[in-house]
Design a protein around this ligand. Structure first.
Ligand code: HEM
Ligand code: HEM
Length: 179
């Protein structure tokens, strides 16, 4: 059946949706800090840092998989649009890497007590201006990533529901289960 070649492989699909879930969770919890009682905030950021570290591992595994064994279908877009799509995907990977890297620098700069289990000593514990600047770059990268994710998701939904090309099925398991 040629249909099989129309979709991403199972591991790529798991990586994609796990990444999407973690990015939205990390961004959502950071944005809702003010809604959370003060005494819970340290715990909330500990979860942010732990989930962020998990996403770093997911990202590295995804990159290794993509560069080695991943099966990716041909683009549905012709000509210039195909180039735009490839550039957007490359930018998504780059912005994700930048956000993750700045997140690691952020926690290394300020230091953290992670659930009372791991104590990270901050290299900029005495330098408030540097900590603020690093946090600002992390936030900027995260917000830029989320803007591009919104465009990316809108493009996928446009193809799916307006163009009537089943792109979501290419990034889902259902298509293969029909065989
Ligand atoms: C944080 C969120 C997300 C990130 C970082 C992300 C990133 C990516 C990347 C980099 C690719 C290209 C995969 C490759 O060929 O290497 C991709 C493909 C895809 N994404 Fe996302 N994505 C996110 C969320 C979403 C959401 C919310 C949707 C749906 C509404 C979606 C739908 C798709 C689809 C359908 C494809 C496959 C396109 C095709 O068939 O060629 N993504 N995504
Ligand atoms: C795609 C993944 C991530 C997203 C979307 C994200 C998003 C954010 C956002 C929006 C903020 C709030 C900035 C502000 O308003 O001051 C923040 C803060 C922070 N993030 Fe992330 N982040 C991610 C990954 C990470 C990772 C991997 C780490 C470290 C391992 C990390 C550590 C931190 C720390 C330490 C803070 C500051 C906490 C505080 O203010 O006390 N983040 N993040």
């Amino acid at each position: 059946m040629t249909q099989d070649r129309d979709g991403y492989d199972a591991a790529s699909i798991v990586f994609h949706w796990l990444t999407a879930a973690l990015v939205l969770l990390l961004w959502g919890m950071a944005q809702s800090e003010d809604l959370i009682p003060r005494e819970w905030r340290h715990g909330m950021w500990s979860i942010h840092i732990t989930a962020g570290a998990a996403l770093v591992l997911v990202y590295l595994a995804r990159m290794l998989w993509r560069l080695s064994a991943a099966r990716r279908p041909d683009s549905i877009n012709p000509g210039l649009l195909r180039w735009v799509e490839q550039a957007a995907h490359a930018l998504l990977y780059a912005l994700l890497a930048a956000t993750l890297a700045m997140g690691i620098v952020n926690v290394a700069a300020r230091g953290w007590d992670l659930f009372g289990l791991i104590q990270i000593t901050g290299f900029a514990a005495d330098d408030r201006a540097l900590r603020r600047s690093i946090n600002g770059w992390h936030e900027l990268a995260a917000n830029a990533l989320l803007c591009l994710v919104a465009v990316h998701a809108a493009a996928a939904l446009y193809h799916q529901f307006v163009g009537r090309e089943p792109v979501l099925a290419r990034m889902w398991w259902s298509r293969r289960r029909k065989h």
